[in-house]
Write a protein that binds this ligand. Structure first.
Ligand SMILES: Nc1ncnc2c1ncn2[C@@H]1O[C@H](COP(=O)(O)OP(=O)(O)OP(=O)(O)O)[C@@H](O)[C@H]1O
Ligand SMILES: O=P(O)(O)OC[C@@]1(O)O[C@H](CO)[C@@H](O)[C@@H]1O
Length: 304
């Protein structure tokens, strides 16, 4: 089983407008509330790929109810801890540029945290836990890291989709894969890259620090996969990008879901690249037909 963890989910309030005039009343009739949060986006893609998964995390209030309603409607299995505070709404404005307003999120009590940690007792050997997105206020900065010994003791694999120190702190527990984009990779080492060779040298350092696989994503410019044996490259799919919300989550979902079925990192990378592009080319998280349409474009070549 794959479990996704979204500690701080959101209803994404997505508004499409030709343009936004700051300081003015801007009107649109093109808007929707979508169940969001990085782990939930991973679950959505896994469902599209036909891979069983369960969404874990915290939900509360009227927004939490709507979020769970949408997940149930999409047949995404979920087992959230219900909290007394209210799940956030994140505003996504798609106009001349994409602008995102992400709220910090609800408070979570100690009792609610204990209820969440109890969920981990269900883990079995071979399961994969995907933890993604921001923490809510009051949760310790090393919250994900605190869960890792229990996950590893159960014989499960894990992924933490985060950046900076929080990501580095997970490497000694040997994450199945990590996926910094090229900017995040440079930030990790407080540097900039003047060539892809230099970028790959830094990505190798993350393998040495413990990651089992490293994907470096570069939006429309393709991506790299580093495994312990090889380095692979794939060009970006060509299409009209209309949305970047969830492209990274989709790439992770494609990788993890395929790896769960095949244990083949190269194939998992190919599907991950297609899922990322399919989401970039659509307003919401991609569906199966959109992923299938992009897939023939993704060619993975071994470069070393
Ligand atoms: N404009 C695009 N054209 C083609 N593919 C894209 C585009 N944007 C994203 N992708 C696909 O999605 C993957 C992840 O995108 P990106 O590198 O932007 O990750 P990210 O920064 O984590 O994304 P996010 O915007 O979700 O935070 C890319 O590797 C690529 O496969
Ligand atoms: O505030 P966080 O947790 O970092 O990100 C939350 C979020 O921006 O991530 C998803 C896209 O990746 C959206 O569905 C959601 O609103």
């Amino acid at each position: 089983m794959i479990y996704t963890v979204t500690v701080n989910p959101a209803l994404d309030y997505v508004l499409q407008l030709e343009k936004v005039d700051r300081g003015e009343v801007n009107r649109t009739n093109n808007y929707s509330f979508l169940a969001g949060g990085k782990g939930i986006n991973v679950s959505q893609i896994l469902n599209q790929l036909g891979i069983d998964n369960t969404a874990w995390g915290f939900v509360g209030g009227f927004t939490g109810k709507e979020l769970v309603r949408q997940l149930n409607q999409k047949r995404i299995v979920n087992d959230f801890v219900t909290i007394s505070d209210v799940t956030r709404v994140n505003v996504k404005i798609h106009a001349q540029k994409e602008t995102e307003l992400n709220a910090s999120g609800p408070k979570i009590t100690n009792q609610e945290i204990v209820a969440f940690k109890d969920r981990l007792n269900d883990l079995k050997k071979g399961d994969i836990v995907v933890m993604s997105g921001s923490l809510t206020p009051g949760l310790p900065a090393d919250f994900y890291q605190q869960l890792l010994p229990t996950i590893k003791d159960a014989g499960a694999e894990f992924i933490v989709d985060t950046t900076g120190q929080a990501l580095l702190g997970t490497l000694s527990y040997k994450p199945l894969v990590i996926k910094p984009n090229h900017h995040e990779l440079a930030d990790l080492f407080n540097t900039t890259f003047d060539s892809s060779d230099v970028m790959l040298e830094y990505a190798q350092k993350l393998l040495k620090k413990g990651a089992q696989n490293v994907m470096v994503s570069m939006a429309g410019d393709g991506g790299y996969l580093l495994t312990k044996d090889h380095v692979y490259h794939a060009r970006g799919a060509v299409g009209t990008a209309v949305n970047s919300v969830g492209a990274g989550d989709s790439m992770i979902a494609g990788f993890v879901g395929t790896y769960f079925k095949t244990q083949d990192p190269k194939e998992s990378f190919r599907i991950g690249m297609a899922c990322g592009a399919a989401t970039a080319f659509t307003k919401d998280i991609a569906v199966k037909s959109q992923i299938d349409a992009v897939l023939p474009q993704i060619k993975v070549e071994q470069i070393s």
